[in-house]
Write a protein that binds this ligand. Structure first.
Ligand code: PRP
Ligand code: URA
Length: 209
């Protein structure tokens, strides 16, 4: 079973409150999402492997650590995942980016894939799938399934807010995937929205409602 990590750093929790607040305007919403994404990137990379190299300081030669192992890939789920991408790239500027376009049919709540474009070496990378919302889990499961079909094996999921239903669904469908969230909320409402949540992440990021 993949682990669920709640990134409970006070700065993340503080900014999340403004993200949830219905009075927060599009500009401030976008900025807070960007900042939380950067802070979450710090948490999600906590266990990436290091190796020791020798470096010459101005004073002496010494051993010091650098990141080793697989290169990283970031996979935002369009469109709301784009709102977190730049924030993650601030800490991981060398990561390559693949895009998966999915929307949730408002009636069936089933994900519909309309676009996918991945780095050519995506199979060799450790991937972080990025989406602010994990509601029913349908979009996350579809995105991860698409990646696995293309040979990807090392995948983590990063969400601002998750519903318990979505976490359980992803853990069942993809037990090898660890999920990192800023908050685990109460439940889904009858429209498949997370309660208390933040509303429609894409609409709030891009001012489309
Ligand atoms: C939202 C969100 C997730 C999905 C979560 O996207 O960004 O991708 O819903 O719901 P699920 O867990 O039930 O699948 P949406 O379909 O609204 O598309 P958008 O990002 O283009 O606005
Ligand atoms: N997608 C959103 O943007 N918000 C929700 O609460 C659920 C799905």
């Amino acid at each position: 079973m993949g682990k669920l990590v709640i990134c409970d750093h006070p700065l993340i929790q503080h900014k999340l409150t403004f993200i949830r607040d219905v009075r927060t305007n599009t500009k401030d919403f976008r900025e807070h999402v960007d900042e939380v994404a950067t802070l979450m990137a710090y948490e999600i990379t906590r266990d990436i492997p290091l190796e020791t190299i020798t470096v010459q300081t101005p004073v002496t030669e010494t051993e010091s650590k650098v990141i080793s192992g697989r290169m990283l890939g970031l996979i935002p789920i369009l469109r709301a995942g784009l709102g977190m991408l730049e924030g993650v790239l601030k800490l991981l500027p060398a990561a390559k980016v693949g895009h998966v376009g999915l929307f949730r049919d408002p009636d069936t709540l089933q994900p519909v894939e309309y676009y996918i474009k991945l780095p050519t070496d995506v199979q060799e990378r450790e991937l972080i799938v990025i989406d602010p919302m994990l509601a029913t889990g349908g979009s996350a499961i579809a995105a991860i399934t698409s990646l696995k079909k293309r040979g990807c094996t090392q995948i983590k999921m990063m969400n601002l807010i998750a519903a318990p239903e979505g976490v359980a669904a992803v853990q069942e469908a993809h037990p090898d995937v660890d999920i990192y969230v800023a908050a685990l909320d109460s439940h889904l409402n009858e429209h498949g929205y997370i309660v208390p949540g933040l509303g429609d992440a894409g609409d709030r990021l891009y001012g489309t409602k």
